[in-house]
Design a protein around this ligand. Structure first.
Ligand code: NAP
Length: 504
């Protein structure tokens, strides 16, 4: 089944085009023309979203759950065509896109079930105390309410699960917030066919048309207009630190600032403790290589840095990783720009003082091969560049002289999405000292596993202190991510017959 894009934007139920077009840049297959987004289209989408909020924001949880399930059904109905165009545009293998589609529909259905349970509303009640002295207490109730229209930026590296009908959109729609998506230029056809699925679900469930719009990119002015539009109340974003920070600053500088929930960069350090390295250093090296190069390393949870304690176990680990990585073939990257940034990042890292090349590669246009470097902890500690993310299959081994230096390295990391301990029973004392440090640095701390692979569930936290994210106190994956698009409202002495449905 093949889908031929028409190249238009979906604005409140209508497919519309502008005069100028940009071309998609597929990794393989035909390129297509897409209408360039404009601030005017953004304004139309935001106004329709605000209009839709007056009904959608007050819809029943059962109706919203039915809508989310209908989107999942419509995505599944277009499954094969989505996989084909997604793979052509991004170069990701079809099997990966099939898996990502399952994750996307699973996420939509999970949010449907989650809102039906109702716990997310966090309802509280303090009974009136009319006889309390010296002052009576009024009756107080509290509940989480949807924040209003939400802007979502599609991510380049997850064309389905973090894009048009991805986690941010699912969470916002579940909360009761209309969504305006800014499509990512890396996969405009995939964005369009998924928007077709949402469009069909809106018709099937009778939702207001302005509940969802897709504005394709082509011009930076689109994203800027979207985060600055006065009717947008919050932003969900996955992408680079530079892009995320620029948009975050625009949100903060608005006359009425709004929250910008950005999932940005991370090197996801792994701490390889000596007991684990002595027992299974080589196996850990192979495991690291597999995690590092999965999906051409284009995961925000890619474990780019392994911190080891000097010794034979560390040598076995490093050598096994080097051999496994050198056997990896070239992989197609998401865009030409991401491939260029990868090679430039590898060259920059390799040129730093004290950095030794263990594996360097020649990369053709849009292809990545792994790089592996080693550096002494002393040199790493003195050079901030060495802790920056290089998006792709690049690993850096940081060699600490002793436990104290390993702890100093741990304390020196900026905020991370994840931090990993590889440990055995004999490593417990050192691990216990590391835990309070890692907890302060990362949104998710894990032991004896690899951080790639983010479970979508109730306990997941996919965020971390800045610069890993700007999700202060929130997560962008899992059911808790709905909290980003809610705000608490207290109802004092409000008669039951005018309280919101969910409070009665
Ligand atoms: P990006 O450059 O941050 O772009 C993400 C989205 O934000 C795009 O829609 C982009 O629009 C928009 N945008 C960025 N800067 C903007 C600005 N100043 N004003 C208005 N809109 C802006 O990320 P990317 O395209 O996905 O990939 C580039 C780099 O990001 C990669 O090389 C990698 O380093 C990093 N990345 C990290 C993660 C992660 O999870 N850590 C994920 C993906 C990418 P345009 O396309 O129109 O510029």
């Amino acid at each position: 089944m093949t889908y031929t894009p028409h190249g238009r934007h979906l604005i409140a139920g209508e497919w519309v085009a502008t005069e100028t077009t940009f071309s998609s840049e597929p990794a393989h297959g035909p390129a297509h023309a897409f209408s360039v987004g404009t601030p005017d289209l953004v304004a139309r989408a935001c106004e329709a979203a605000e209009e839709a909020f007056w009904s959608y924001g007050y819809s029943s949880r059962a109706d919203r759950a039915a809508f989310l399930n209908a989107i999942a059904d419509e995505v599944e109905a277009r499954g094969e065509a989505i996989t084909r165009i997604g793979s052509q545009e991004t170069g990701l293998p079809e099997a990966r896109l099939q898996g990502e589609r399952g994750r996307t529909t699973g996420q939509l259905r999970l949010f449907a079930a989650h809102i039906l349970k109702g716990d997310y509303l966090d309802r509280r009640q303090d009974a009136a105390l009319p006889d309390r002295q010296p002052l009576p207490r009024p009756e107080l109730r509290m509940m989480q309410r949807p924040i209003g229209p939400v802007a979502v930026f599609g991510a380049s590296n997850f064309p389905l699960a973090f894009s048009t009908a991805g986690g941010d959109t699912a969470a916002a729609l579940a909360a009761g917030c209309p969504v305006v998506v800014k499509g990512h230029g890396a996969h405009p056809g995939t964005a369009e066919i998924v928007a077709e699925a949402i469009h069909a679900a809106i018709a099937r469930t009778g939702m207001p048309k302005g509940v969802f719009s897709l504005v394709q990119g082509g011009d930076r002015a689109v994203g800027q207009a979207l985060v600055q539009h006065p009717l947008i109340r919050a932003v969900g974003f996955t992408g680079s630190l530079a892009g995320g920070r620029a948009l975050f600053d625009l949100c903060a500088a608005r006359p009425e600032p709004i929250p910008f929930f950005g999932e940005l960069g991370s090197v996801n350090p792994m701490f390889m403790l000596p007991g684990a390295l002595a027992k299974r250093g080589a196996d850990l090296g192979k495991g690291w290589a597999a995690s590092l190069s999965m999906g051409a390393g284009q995961f925000c949870t890619n474990p780019g840095i392994a911190v080891v304690l000097k010794g034979p176990g560390a040598d076995a680990f490093t050598e096994a990783a080097r051999v496994a990585l050198s056997e990896q073939g070239a992989q197609v990257m998401l865009t030409d720009g991401i491939a260029r940034a990868y090679v430039a990042g590898a060259e920059r890292l390799g040129a730093q003082a004290g950095v030794r090349d263990l594996l360097t590669s020649m990369c053709d246009r849009r292809e990545a091969k792994p790089f592996l470097f080693r550096v002494a902890a002393r040199d790493w500690l003195g050079n901030h560049t060495l802790s920056e993310e290089v998006f792709g299959p690049l690993g850096l081994v940081v060699v600490a002289e002793d436990e104290e230096q390993l702890l100093t390295v741990a304390r020196s990391f900026a905020g991370q999405l994840t931090a990993t301990l590889h440990m055995d029973a004999g490593d417990t004392m050192l691990a216990r000292r590391l835990m309070p440090v890692l907890e302060r640095k990362a949104g998710r701390v894990l032991a004896n596993g690899f951080p790639t692979g983010v479970e979508v569930c109730d306990s997941m936290v996919h965020s971390g202190p800045y610069p890993a994210s700007t999700n202060f106190g929130a997560t962008s994956v899992g059911t808790l991510s709905i909290r980003r698009f809610l705000r608490p409202v207290c109802y004092q002495n409000i008669p039951e017959d005018i309280l919101p449905l969910d409070l009665v």
